[in-house]
Design a protein around this ligand. Structure first.
Ligand code: ZN
Length: 395
């Protein structure tokens, strides 16, 4: 889950170390990439002609680090930019980051890496185009949910269904959209449905007519360039590609990069948890709510009393699922929402993160003293715990 509260970066004083330098570098890189994109599109430069302030501050911090360590300072900005494409462990200056984070670079194929994107959230002033689009997507999602929902519970249900749409459908045709508009009918005064406004914000439309072959990843459904391309979604290592044929009337909508990186990809673990916990063998004893109280949590699990009419809630667990590159950064940014009372609180990791050596230990070390009573488990362990609890309560 990514909520807006997480976009409020902590003050600089909280992170007086190399993670802040990383955040400033990543934020500076994001600004530079955006400027390059604007220049490429023939749009005027909105900067002052200088390199971004975050970048310059990071350069200064690195200068001091070099000085402390007695290594030659970095020559100029181009040297630093070139370093950003190399793993941090290979930099001439030693940075105090987790071993795992040191294996990452900040740029991959000229774009921000997962670590860099996660780091920008820690920067004192976040100035990232993709982040801005991410917020606009969430705004459109909330509007579409409330316009289609009406009553409180209905809005929650519409929100969960629309959020799930963004997870399940990395692309869709205009024909699919028309079908969905019959389900989500609410429209603005110009007659445009709020669903269409959401899709137009979260996806890019490309003209296409008649049967179209699309190559996608079997694991996550993201579109691939060809059968030999590797899917970049975390957790999709070794997933094969498959071809599907779709038949649009005039357009195919493909998810915007920001939607894919911030809503679709991290949403896959949420979807797996929801599907498993909603399976029929548990449904009599467990009530599962996706994104309850307008996305306060990812999943609310209510254990039901079997005797009686089956609606008595005897225990409530809350789940926040997180699929992030750096456990150190995740630990620093993590807050348990207090507004929804639960008996047990779970920070759930996808299998591909939990199995990385040191990931859970680093995360727990960072959470220590910061959040009390939050249990860190992987997705399989959560399902096992829920199944076991339901069985015991059912006796
Ligand atoms: Zn994939």
């Amino acid at each position: 889950m990514v909520t807006e509260s997480e976009h409020t970066a902590p003050g600089a004083g909280q992170v007086a170390d190399d993670y802040l330098t990383l955040a400033l570098l990543a934020s500076g890189l994001a600004s530079m990439l955006r400027r390059r994109e604007r220049a490429g599109a023939g749009q005027p430069d909105d900067g002052d002609g200088l390199l971004p302030a975050a970048w310059r501050t990071a350069f200064g911090r690195l200068w001091w680090r070099c000085h402390e360590q007695g290594v030659a300072p970095l020559g100029n900005d181009l040297d630093l930019l070139a370093l950003c494409a190399h793993p941090l462990a290979a930099w001439p200056v030693a940075l105090s980051l987790s071993d795992q984070d040191l294996q990452s670079s900040l740029l991959v194929d000229g774009e921000l890496s997962g670590l860099a994107e996660q780091s920008t959230r820690l920067a004192p002033s976040v100035d990232v185009e993709s982040e801005w689009i991410e917020n606009r997507v969430y705004e459109a999602l909330r509007t579409a949910a409330s316009e289609n929902g009406g009553e409180d519970g209905e809005t929650d249900r519409a929100y969960a269904a629309l959020r799930r749409l963004l997870i399940d459908r990395p692309f869709l045709t205009d024909r699919d959209l028309k079908k969905l508009e019959r389900q989500f009918r609410a429209a603005d005064r110009h007659g445009t449905t709020y669903l269409r406004r959401l899709i137009e914000m979260a996806y890019v439309a490309r003209p296409a007519q008649g049967p179209q072959v699309i190559i996608r990843c079997v694991g996550c459904g993201n579109i691939l360039a060809d059968h030999d391309s590797r899917c970049a979604t975390p957790g999709c290592v070794d997933q094969p590609a498959e071809s599907v044929t779709v038949t649009p009337l005039a357009a195919i909508f493909e998810q915007h990069r920001a939607t894919r990186r911030f809503v679709h990809d991290p949403g896959l673990v949420e979807a797996r948890i929801l599907d498993r916990l909603s399976a029929s063998d548990l449904s009599r004893r467990v009530r599962v709510t996706a994104y309850p109280a307008l996305d306060t949590l990812d999943v609310l699990i209510e254990f039901l009393r079997l005797d009686g009419d089956g609606t008595d809630v005897v225990e409530t667990w809350g789940v926040d699922a997180k699929d992030q590159t750096s456990p150190r950064l995740l630990g620093r940014m993590f807050r348990w929402p207090d507004t929804l009372p639960c008996d047990r609180h779970f920070l759930v990791l996808p299998h591909h993160r939990a199995r990385q050596i040191g990931y859970i230990a680093d995360l727990k070390a960072e959470l220590e003293g910061r959040t009390d009573g939050v249990e860190v488990v992987d997705e399989k362990r959560l399902v096992a715990l829920v199944t076991d609890r339901a069985r015991r309560l059912g006796r």
